[in-house]
Design a protein around this ligand. Structure first.
Ligand code: DGY
Length: 325
């Protein structure tokens, strides 16, 4: 009696119908791909489709915890998030179950660094305030009107000299910055190569004219920027956050901007997201915000999709992931 082996393709669930085709096309060569018909599904919509899949491609920040993994069932081999940040994933629990997990750092570093530089300049040069006054018909021409601060000759402190932090420094070199400082777990070769000095967080706070937050959200970084930290910053300092919103305590930021403990802030990320449209921060002239657009370019999102797909293909072939967590 001959046995006919039926080869079934691995089943991959993609959580958004807006996922760039670059990744979907890669997956479709060897996998059965189900794409949820929602831009941003609710968790219930994800759960309804989840059971039995071999891989999940998270196009947005879908929470993956024990409940998610229980619902997915024993076939699940890999969770791949199309993001660099992974605070929506219970990584230890995923790994404890022998499931691989990947993300998409590096390919978005340049795009996020561009947004960081934009926010530094907009906040320091009062772009939002100027636009608002113009719309209100209040333009003045006096030589002291809306004066801001220069990047030229400034000290820039980077909290987290990872891929994004390094790209920020590279982009700022042309702005004649006087000194780059950075802080983190340890001194980095990349820091030496970029001419940046490794210092403590307190030194960053005390010495920096611009502080750029480019750290992931972890137990260690949650609410790192609180009242006590703002009290140590220069009154002329500009704070930029392109990491995660909850690294900064929003109530402390509001207080610091209102009481002019710092000059201005520019953020791509805030806690909560979205910031309610009537939030007091949005009424402040010295607060610049873009709604989490750091990686939102066509090229970058295409690359992120391809990397997230490659992580899945690597895991399904029992190979090391291109970008594991
Ligand atoms: C990331 O990749 O983590 C960005 O913040 C977009 O989600």
């Amino acid at each position: 009696m001959s046995v006919v082996e039926v080869m079934t393709k691995p089943k991959v669930l993609v959580t958004s119908c807006e996922t760039p085709k670059t990744g979907i096309d890669l997956l479709k060569v060897t996998c059965d791909v189900t794409i949820l018909p929602y831009v941003e599904p609710t968790i219930e919509q994800v759960y309804a489709a989840l059971p039995g899949h071999d891989a999940v491609f998270l196009s947005g920040h879908v929470t993956v915890n024990s409940k998610f993994l229980d619902i997915a069932g024993p076939n699940l081999k890999v969770v791949s998030t199309m993001s660099a940040g992974y605070d929506h994933l219970d990584v230890p629990e995923i790994k404890r179950r022998g499931i691989k997990v990947g993300h998409t750092p590096q390919v978005l570093s340049a795009a996020v660094a561009e947004i960081a530089v934009m926010l530094m300049l907009n906040a320091a040069r009062r772009a939002h305030e100027g636009r608002t006054l113009l719309e209100e018909g209040k333009m003045e021409r006096g030589p002291q009107w809306l004066l801001g601060h220069d990047l030229r000759g400034s000290t820039v402190g980077i909290v987290g000299l990872g891929g994004i932090g390094q790209e920020v420094v590279k982009r700022l070199i042309g702005f004649s910055v006087r000194k780059f400082l950075y802080t983190g777990h340890n001194r980095k070769k990349a820091g030496d190569e970029l001419g940046a000095e490794f210092v403590s967080l307190d030194d960053i706070l005390e010495l920096s004219d611009f502080i750029v937050l480019a750290v992931p959200l972890t137990l260690e970084t949650r609410a790192l920027f609180n009242d006590a930290v703002f009290n140590k910053m220069k009154k002329t300092a500009v704070l930029v956050n392109v990491g995660r919103g909850a690294v900064v305590q929003t109530s402390s930021l509001l207080k610091a901007l209102k009481e002019k403990k710092i000059f201005a802030a520019g953020v791509d990320v805030i806690d909560p997201e979205p910031l309610p449209s009537d939030h007091e921060l949005l009424k402040l002239p010295n607060f610049e915000i873009v709604p989490h657009l750091g990686s939102a370019t066509i090229k970058t999102r295409n690359e992120m999709s391809a990397v997230a797909a490659q992580n899945i293909l690597d895991a399904l072939e029992n190979q090391p992931l291109a970008y594991p967590l």
